[in-house]
Design a binder for this molecule. Structure first.
Ligand SMILES: [Zn+2]
Length: 465
């Protein structure tokens, strides 16, 4: 299949040189970008007129919990007026009800939201394993990803510490370390493709240090290095005092001590780290996944992005799960991240630019996931891209700076087109590979049967709407 994008207003490559091409064509052959140049004359299977349109590299989401997508828009989860324990007491009983139908449809929902807003590679941190899901949750997610056509990196998570030993997880979500490790081997054999243009990879991702035995993390490091898989966890999100009580160490020291650090590791949040720790992450080439929406909703400190850039710390972008962000929209996350940095820039010696945030969501996302074939637009890279229409009336007066337009101007609606691995998966407001109406109605039924009918948290539904 040969697709020719003809005469784009701008192609923002996000490459090492920050190249922007104007009035240029982009040729895709099968799954690869073949050429970016002016006036390409070749017989293509499809020619797309891109007059007035901007093309960007597909966005890369580096932190999420798809299963939480059916635990959102809940008035009973009132972030600003809840303590963290109150919040956990509200959401964990709902998590305990989750089965694989919820996993499948909530994953479809989250990934559809991602694709419609320009995301082409999604990482998910799946740590919800109950007696109803068994071990097959990632299998259901892989099925959903392949049906939608999105590139999917699955983080197989776990919690091994019971509540009686200090965990915050309900016991129904606790697994043994052996179950976890054996399942990673099973998933890696079945799905992990380390080659260029891979559509599925597996990541070793114990949920967070305070909710598992130390041994789980130690063994995770050994297994990940043996199988050449990447490692991920939550870190620096308010747990340091518990780690000090339990181990006499801050979490990053604890991770360094057991080898859970390096260029094959990335960590979600990290707002509780100090300057020395941010520099240490830079030295180890360990990435941070910055999730701006949950930081705002939870009222947590905001990452000092300008400093991190000066330290050379790698930072990518994530939506996070819907228990702390009610949407899976990275365009929206980019704008929130930009506004947050501007707000704090005055006291912290300046902000990074809107374009810096776009690079976090593209180039840095690829670094974080260990991919050299995605994250910027160049010949022989994977054909992962999205397009916006910059010729609409609401964007009039913005076309002079396509690099900054998305974070600065609030381009947060559906994109014009999303292509993944050379295939158009979203166009003209429609997902091209699934029957969206049917998946929506089946998903609503599952949400009602499994969650709404069994939890008091779903108001006003529970009050009889
Ligand atoms: Zn998270």
């Amino acid at each position: 299949m040969i697709t020719l994008f003809k005469n784009a207003n701008a192609i923002v490559s996000c490459d090492e040189k920050d190249t922007v091409y104007y009035n240029t064509d982009l040729l895709v052959e099968d799954k690869i970008i073949k050429t970016i140049s002016k006036d390409i004359n070749i017989k293509a299977d499809r020619v797309i007129d891109c007059k007035g349109k901007n093309i960007y590299p597909g966005l890369i989401n580096t932190h999420h919990h798809f299963f939480q997508t059916f635990v959102r828009n809940l008035e009973t989860v009132d972030y600003p007026n809840m303590s963290v324990p109150q919040w956990l007491d509200t959401i964990y009983p709902i998590f305990s009800l989750i089965d694989n139908q919820v996993i499948y449809y909530s994953s479809m929902t989250a990934m559809a939201d991602l694709i419609k807003h320009g995301c082409t590679t999604a990482f998910d941190h799946q740590y919800c394993y109950t007696d109803k899901t068994g071990i097959e949750a990632v299998d259901y997610q892989m099925k959903a990803a392949s049906q939608l056509g999105i590139r999917y990196h699955a983080g197989r998570g776990c919690n091994t510490l019971p509540k009686s030993k200090g965990s915050t997880m309900p016991d129904v979500m606790v697994e043994s370390t052996d179950t976890f490790l054996n399942d990673i081997e099973r998933l890696a054999n079945k799905y992990h493709d380390p080659n260029d243009f891979s559509m599925s990879q597996i990541v070793v991702a114990p949920c967070q240090p305070i909710n598992s035995y130390k041994d789980t993390f130690v063994e995770s490091v050994k297994l990940a290095r043996k199988l050449k898989l990447r490692l991920h966890t939550h870190l620096g999100e308010g747990e340091n005092s518990i780690m000090m009580d339990r181990y006499g160490m801050r979490t990053l020291d604890w991770c360094e001590d057991i080898g859970f650090i390096g260029d094959d590791v990335w960590l979600a949040h990290c707002w509780e780290l100090n300057q020395e720790e941010y520099k240490r992450l830079a030295n180890y080439k360990t990435s941070i996944s910055h999730c701006p929406s949950p930081a705002i909703l939870g009222g947590f400190p905001i990452l000092p992005m300008k400093q991190l850039k000066e330290f050379g710390t790698h930072v990518s972008l994530g939506c996070d799960g819907s228990a702390t962000n009610d949407s899976s929209n990275l365009l929206d996350a980019m704008r929130i991240a930009f506004l947050m940095q501007c707000y704090f820039g005055k006291e912290r010696g300046g902000s990074i630019s809107g374009y810096d945030i776009l690079k976090m969501a593209t180039y840095e996302g690829a670094y974080t996931l260990g991919r050299k074939d995605i994250g910027h637009l160049k010949e022989n890279m994977a054909a992962d891209l999205f397009m916006i229409d910059a010729s609409t009336l609401e964007l009039t007066g913005t076309i002079h700076d396509p690099k900054n337009i998305i974070p600065r101007c609030g381009v947060t609606g559906n994109v014009d087109l999303t292509m993944i691995n050379g295939e158009i998966v979203f166009e003209n407001g429609k997902l091209t590979k699934i029957d969206e109406t049917k998946v929506n109605s089946d998903g609503e039924k599952v949400c009602t049967d499994i969650l709404r009918n069994n939890s008091d948290a779903f108001t006003p539904y529970k009050n009889g709407f």
